[in-house]
Every structure is written in structure tokens, then in C-alpha cells.
Design a protein around this ligand. Structure first.
Ligand code: AMP
Length: 216
């Protein structure tokens, strides 16, 4: 079972992907995380990526598709992937389709999280990520505390592209380039719409129901 989590930036894909991974023993593939790893390693490629990311634009398909091929071809993760932030345009969608077929796997469902623009801006501007454990919090909606987070608060960090100007560009990019892919998945009957405005646990319950029904 391979799953695609779809939705605008700040829709909660990362949060839900982490929960799905735990419950269904899948491997999360976040192209954003893979790119941030490259930036952290301070390579030439990493520096180029950072300036594009900080503008809120998409990184070239060749770079992204190479990252994806490495994961799909890895036998360790055979048919156990959850994609977060990929595919981001139709070319990537078609690449994913052909790689999945090549390595004799399948996409089981596309879960699309629906969130309005205003909430996205608030969610992204309040987002905090723990660099130690990877958990995601929000200063306004879901602040980190000793009840939900065991690491030292000093590990809480903000992403450099989580600022108001970049958010608008990321959202426009989503509308123009990413959203059109949904028709591709609707034609294949893989598409499920999820209310991304609900509470984190309610969203997960809905996602859990869909994935559990796929397993039987
Ligand atoms: P994310 O962590 O998914 O919010 O992605 C952060 C940024 O990384 C995006 O705004 C893009 O600049 C870049 N990025 C992540 N995934 C992709 C992708 N599949 N294709 C192109 N650029 C991507």
C-alpha cells in the first residue's frame, strides 16, 4: 500500500503523515524534508535549493524525481510509502506513476486535505518544528507543552520559508501547478477529500477509516 497525502502548504500533511506512519508502519517520503537535508549538508546543490525554496517556488522536476526514484527502488520500503508534498505538478505525477509501475507497486489512495487560505496563512506563520524529534506544533492552535512534547523547548524551530510573503507564493504555486493533478487521480478513482479544517485527531480518524478499509 502506497499513499499520497495531498493539500496546500500548511494543510497538516506532515502531521497526519507522522500519525499514519506510526499506525500502519509506513515510511514517510517528504520531498521538502529531503531537500532541507540537502541544504543542511551545505552542498552547492543545497545552496541553490535554498534560494528557490525561500522564494516559495518549486525545485526542478529532475532533482525531485531523482530523490523519489531512490526511495521507490529501495526494497526496504517496498509498497510501504506515504508521500507528503509529492507530486507537486503533473510531470511529477506521471513520473511517480511510471516509477511505481516499474517497481511493481501501486498507489492505493490519494487523501486530499482541504483548508482555506486564511487558515493556511495562520497555520504556517505559527508553525514550529522540533528539530530533535520532528514533531510539529503551532503557536496559535497547538502549542508545545510538557503534555505533548518531551524534548527541551530550545529545539523548537521555525522554517525559513514560513513567512507571510513566501506563504502567498507557495499557495499560488499550489493552485496553479499542484491542484490540477487531482483530475489525474480522480480519473483513477483513487481520490478522497478530507476536511483539513477539523481537529487533528478527527482528521486522523477519517484517514484511519479510509486506510483501514483499503487493507481488508
Ligand atoms: P514542503 O516541506 O512540502 O512545504 O516544501 C517546502 C518547499 O520545498 C516547497 O515550497 C518547494 O520549494 C520545495 N519542494 C518540496 N517538495 C517539492 C516537490 N515535490 N517539487 C518541487 N519542489 C518541492
Amino acid at each position: 500500500m502506497n499513499i499520497i497525502l495531498f493539500g496546500p502548504p500548511g494543510a497538516g500533511k506532515g502531521t497526519q503523515a507522522t500519525k499514519v506512519v506510526k499506525k500502519f508502519n509506513l515510511h514517510k517520503v517528504s520531498t521538502g524534508d529531503l531537500l532541507r537535508e540537502e541544504i543542511k549538508n551545505n552542498t552547492d546543490l543545497g545552496n541553490k535549493i535554498k534560494s528557490i525554496m525561500d522564494r516559495g517556488s518549486l525545485i526542478s522536476d529532475n532533482i525531485i524525481n531523482d530523490l523519489i526514484t531512490k526511495v521507490i527502488s529501495n526494497k526496504k520500503f517496498y509498497n510501504r510509502l506515504i508521500f507528503d508534498g509529492y507530486p507537486r505538478n503533473l510531470k511529477q505525477g506521471k513520473n511517480l506513476d511510471s516509477q511505481i509501475k516499474k517497481y511493481k507497486q501501486k498507489i492505493s489512495c490519494v487523501l486530499s486535505l482541504n483548508v482555506d487560505k486564511e487558515s493556511i496563512i495562520k497555520r504556517i506563520s505559527g508553525r514550529q518544528i522540533c528539530v530533535n524529534c520532528g514533531l510539529i506544533f503551532n503557536e496559535y492552535y497547538y502549542p508545545a507543552s510538557s503534555k505533548n512534547h518531551s524534548c527541551d523547548p530550545k529545539f523548537l524551530n521555525k522554517r525559513s520559508d514560513d513567512n507571510k510573503k513566501t506563504i502567498i507564493n507557495r499557495f499560488e504555486t499550489y493552485l496553479n501547478k499542484t491542484l490540477p493533478i487531482l483530475d489525474f487521480y480522480k480519473e483513477q478513482n483513487l481520490f478522497h477529500q478530507i476536511n483539513g479544517m477539523a481537529k487533528i485527531d478527527q482528521i486522523f480518524d477519517e484517514i484511519y477509516g479510509i486506510i483501514a478499509s483499503l487493507e481488508t
